[in-house]
Write a protein that binds this ligand. Structure first.
Ligand code: F6R
Length: 238
């Protein structure tokens, strides 16, 4: 893994935006895999700024998001669809019909996941996948466990993730207990991956991710199977 250590959150955000901007300059029709959470917010702000300045365009870009809570309505202000609209899609020149987020209201989640995989394949795969990392080493909603799922699937959230994400909800009881998420194989199929991490509370997870071992109890360690991963971490996180 290629590790870039940067000073702070702003530098991490700019570096992530630099990598995406470079890709869009070379390939205006790129397929971007995107993440939610607090980590990529600064990078999305930077991308919005560059788009407004005319430096990059999302006109022909397609996006696929990593995951979505289940069940949740796309209109719910805690849904990942809502998050993406608010933090990126509403403010850039993207065609919203080309932005894909798993449907948290699907009556047939297994079919929804299978269709999502097929859709990614029909797009020709993901050119660049953006990832954050959970304090417990999760990527997407692939939580630590005895085994991991390769493809997009419905899964339960762990207590640690429910607790970590409860900061966004009125109460911990409002956090959905399930999610739909790309699997580890879906992520590893992306041609390029960038992982963003900042802050002391991610230090342990980042250390394990970079330990050059594979452990399903830290899903991010599976990224070492990929040939083109760039980890952008702040100084206090490594
Ligand atoms: C988000 C996602 C999660 C987050 C992770 C870190 O789509 O899949 O894996 O990347 O939970 O979240 P933050 O950035 O809020 O610390």
């Amino acid at each position: 893994m290629n590790v870039l250590v940067v000073k702070d959150y702003e530098a991490m955000s700019r570096k992530g935006a630099d990598i995406i901007s470079a890709l869009l300059t070379l390939n205006g029709k790129a397929v971007l895999g995107l993440a939610t959470g607090s980590t990529p917010v600064g990078m999305y702000k930077e991308l919005v700024k560059r788009n407004k300045e005319g430096v990059i365009s999302f006109k022909d870009v397609t996006t696929v998001n990593l995951d979505e809570y289940y069940p949740i309505s796309p209109e719910n202000n805690q849904s990942y669809r809502y998050f993406m609209n608010q933090n990126l899609f509403n403010d850039i020149d993207i065609d919203k019909t080309r932005t894909h987020v798993l449907n948290g209201l699907s009556s047939d989640p297994d079919k929804e996941c299978k269709d999502y995989e097929d859709m990614i394949e029909s797009l020709g795969g993901i050119d660049l996948q953006v990832l954050g990392i959970g304090r417990n080493g999760h990527i997407g909603f692939n939580e630590p466990g005895d085994f991991l799922y390769p493809m997009t699937h419905k899964t339960s959230l762990t207590e640690s993730t429910i607790e970590a994400n409860s900061r966004f909800f009125a109460s911990i009881d409002d956090v959905p207990r399930y999610s739909l998420t790309m699997g580890i194989g879906t992520i590893l199929n992306a041609r390029k991956i960038i992982v963003l991490a900042s802050g002391k509370d991610k230090k342990e997870a980042v250390k394990k991710m970079l330990s050059n071992t594979i452990d399903t109890k830290c899903p991010a360690t599976l990224l070492s199977l990929h040939k083109d991963v760039t980890v952008i971490v702040t100084e206090d996180c490594i």
